[in-house]
Structure formats: C-alpha cells, structure tokens
Design a protein around this ligand. Structure first.
Ligand code: G6P
Length: 466
C-alpha cells in the first residue's frame, strides 16, 4: 500500500541532501521512503494564477506541490487558518477574527487540493492529512468518490465545544471530521473536546473511541507526537566536542553564568512576553541572582503578515528592553531575545549549556522543544525543564516542574527552584523524562498512527452530489 501525505507546507529535499536530525518533516519523509509514496501540498510560493501541481521524483517518493495565488494565501492561510482557526484552537477567543470571505477561500483551496490530489491517487493508497489548514479535505475527497482510507492528525489543541462553537459555521466544519477513518490528536483532553464538539454540534454518538455521524464511523484517538530522541541526543553530545558550534561562543560570552533558555516561533500561544515578565519577577524577588544568570530567548519570526504577530514582535522588544534597562548592569544583560532561526545543531548546543529549559506556552498542542531540551541534556549533570501545564507535553512529562504560565509569581519561583535543584534530584527527574520521550519517539508515533490507519475497515465510497 502506498502512503500519501498531505500537508499545508511541503519542502522538496535537494537531491544530495542528507536527512537532518529529528523534525516532523524528516520523520514523515522516512515513512514515505520506507514504503514509497506521495507528498502533496503547498510549495510555500505564490503565483498569479493556479496551475497543475509541480511533480518531482526523489527516489521512491513523489513530491507534488502547488503554488497559491496571493488571494488564496490571504484568505486560506493568513485569514481563516491563522486568524480564525489558530487562535480559536488555542482557546484565544479574543484574538479570533472571522471573515466570510476568508472562510470561502479556505473551503475553495481545500476543494482545489482535493481535485488536484484525485488525479494523483491510486485505489489502494492510504492517505494521511495533517493539520488545521486541511480539516475539510477528506470530505471534499469523499464527495468526489474517494473510498480510500483517510486519516487526519491535528497537531494543535482542540478546544471544548463552548469555545469552538463561537466560530460561525462551527458545526459544518466539525461535521467534515466524520469523513476521516482515523482522527489523531495529541492528548486525551483534545480527544474528549473533539468528541464533545461532534456530539453537541453534529448529533454524533460515541462508542468507545469510535464516533458515529450518520452512516460514517470515525476512530478518534490520542497519539502524542515525539522527536528523534537518539539523533538529538547525539547532536547535543557532539556539540560539546565541536569547536565551531555556538556552544563554545556561548561559553565565552556567558562565562560561568548560568543560562535559562527558551526556544519558540514568535507566536502569542507560546507565552513569550509572559515568560520575560516572569524572568524579570524572578530577578526582582531574588536579587542575589542578578549578574549570575541570563535568559536566552530564541524566537524566529513567524506569520509576520498577520497583525497579531506583528504586535507580539513589537511587544516582546518593548518588554525585554524595559526589563533590561531596569535590571541590567554595565557588564550584564539579563535577557537576550534573538529573533532568528538557528540550525538544529546550534539549538542542541544551547539546550545542553542551559541549566533551565523554560517552556511555558499559554496553550500548545504538544511542544517538541520540551522533548528536545530533555534529549539534549548531559545525563550525568542534567538541566531542569520548567513546563507549562497547558502544553500537551505536560500530559507525559510530569517530572518537569509544572507551572501555570498565567501565574508570573509561580513561574518566577520555578526558575529559582530549578536553578537551586540538587544534582541527585535533577538526575532522577531527567531519567524518568528521558525514558518517556525515548519510548514515545517520532518513530513510535508514525508507526502507531499508521498501524491503526491501515487496519481500519474498508469503506464504501460515499458519493454525495455537488
Ligand atoms: C505549527 C503548526 C504547523 C505549522 C507550523 C509553522 O506547528 O501545527 O502546521 O506548519 O506551526 O507555522 P507556519 O504558518 O509557518 O507553517
């Protein structure tokens, strides 16, 4: 059976490119390479008019990518996906901007993707669709007679019906979920929320992990995503020996000072501004720590065309500047916010050097930085993970210091506790965390999802006129 993956963004690897360590894209590529397959989605480029997908072969994997028009990018990607669904799914009703034009654009791109994909499908393909940009894609495929097994994985949180229901056309969108054979989510909370939405809005009935809507049955299950733990551990260990990684330069610039690290896309769901405030609070409450520890926040810009992201960009500069001016010294800058992306190699080095990993999103599907931070630690002298209870990762990583990111005081005190934690306790917590992330790594995730999807009962194609 051939595997077909569909995701909003697709990057065609260079012919000579060796797989970089970890990452979802690499794991999916490996799954495709193992059994042969097709990867379909947006090229990331914009062009004036739509055209047939660009098809490129790499070994036994076919990449088929399509450009978006500027109008499609605005309505489908920036508009409905990232100004309506993204904040809504992250429980941020106040930031949710709904526009009928954007919603129409979202549906139209999903229809266009369905039409283009059908031309590339074979009868025994297994189709695996990723993330919120493409929720209605299976319904569009079914409408055109596709009877293949189709799975969906939702990488971000799914909110309760009371929140999701604020979206105009919420029940129409929720009902399209029933077109899938398998829906995977990050946590049991997300599973319960999605099921709750389908029961409340679409009259679904539940039987164990199966949802029934009309004649269709959909399996809904949690599959917490992981990282390539072994590859990341090796990267971090190698960074200690390498003279060229930023780790050495970090040592020179920090001296003996301790390091607290945060790594996130510049996104309001990540709680970056709240985290900076908490670090400031920590320095105010513990003046003896001034000059002895610094926060390095790496925050590559993301979705900068969306106004809420531009505002966050400005706000994070403002808060870091204010705290540095108030708390810094002539020879010590407490907070460094670096708005650029680093290689996985460099990140592994930063994690390894940092005594504390600060992962405090206001809401997050999983948060793989939490897992990367643990994988990168020196087992003999590991750092401490401070983790938001609102990250999916907190469901698995109870040995981290779990905090409420809305509580500045609590986060500040957790930083203090982490910095002062005796080695024996650090090692004990690290070992448990490492075992958990190693047992549920990215290979485990891909295999478990695909095992359930490929075992789903064969389906009758449902041809709906329209
Ligand atoms: C999240 C989403 C992904 C998305 C990524 C980067 O992790 O779950 O689907 O690709 O953010 O966002 P971008 O808008 O740059 O693709």
């Amino acid at each position: 059976m051939r595997l077909v993956i569909v995701s909003n963004r697709v990057t065609i690897p260079e012919r000579t490119e060796k797989a970089a360590a970890g990452g979802l894209a690499v794991a999916l590529r490996e799954a495709l390479e193992k059994q042969g397959g097709l990867w379909f989605g947006w090229s990331g480029n914009v062009r004036e008019a739509t055209s047939a997908p660009n098809v490129v072969e790499r070994g036994n994997v076919t990449y088929a990518v399509t450009d978006l028009t500027e109008a499609e990018r605005q309505s489908y990607y920036l508009g409905f996906s990232n100004r309506a669904l993204w904040p809504l799914m992250h429980y941020r009703l106040g930031l949710t901007e709904f526009s009928r034009t954007d919603y129409a654009g979202y549906l139209a791109v999903n229809r266009r993707f369905a039409k283009a994909l059908i031309g590339l499908l074979r009868p025994d393909d297994i189709i695996w669709i990723h993330d919120y940009h493409l929720i209605p894609l299976a319904a569009e495929l079914r409408r055109r007679g596709v009877g293949n097994r189709i799975g969906y994985f939702h990488h971000i949180p799914w909110p309760p019906a009371e929140v999701f229901g604020a979206l105009p056309f919420a029940s129409t969108l929720a009902s399209t979920v029933a077109a899938y054979d398998l829906v995977g989510l990050q946590t049991q909370t997300d599973v319960a929320n999605l099921m709750g939405c389908l029961v409340a809005m679409c009259g679904a009935s539940i039987n164990g992990s199966r949802l029934r809507v009309g004649r269709r049955q959909t399996q809904v299950q949690a599959f917490p995503i992981g990282i390539d733990v072994e590859a990341f551990r090796k990267l971090a260990a190698a960074s200690v020996r390498s003279a060229t990684t930023p780790l050495k330069a970090t040592r020179q610039s920090l001296g003996e000072r301790k390091l607290v690290v945060g790594v996130d896309r510049l996104d309001y769901s990540k709680g970056i501004v709240q985290r900076l405030e908490a670090f400031g609070q920590f320095l105010r409450s513990h003046p003896d720590q001034r000059g002895r520890v610094g926060l390095l926040q790496i925050a590559p810009p993301s979705r900068s065309d969306v106004p809420e992201y531009a505002e966050l960009d400005r706000q994070s500069d403002e808060v870091a500047g204010r705290l540095n001016a108030a708390l810094g010294e002539f020879d010590w800058t407490p907070i460094r916010v670096v708005k650029k992306a680093y290689s996985r190699n460099a990140l592994a080095g930063f994690y390894r050097r940092a005594q504390v990993g600060l992962v405090t999103p206001m809401r997050d599907g999983m948060n793989l930085v939490a897992k990367e931070y643990v994988a990168a630690q020196d087992p003999a002298d590991p750092g401490v993970l401070v983790l938001s209870r609102f990250a999916g990762a907190a469901h698995q990583m109870g040995e981290a210091l779990i905090v409420n990111p809305f509580d500045t005081h609590e986060v500040a005190e957790a930083i203090r506790t982490a910095l002062a934690m005796p080695k024996s306790e650090r090692v004990r917590r690290f070992e448990k965390l490492y075992d958990t992330i190693a047992a549920t790594d990215i290979g485990w995730w891909t295999r478990s999802y695909l095992a359930v999807l490929s075992g789903a009962a064969p389906l009758e194609p449902e041809i709906v006129p329209g």
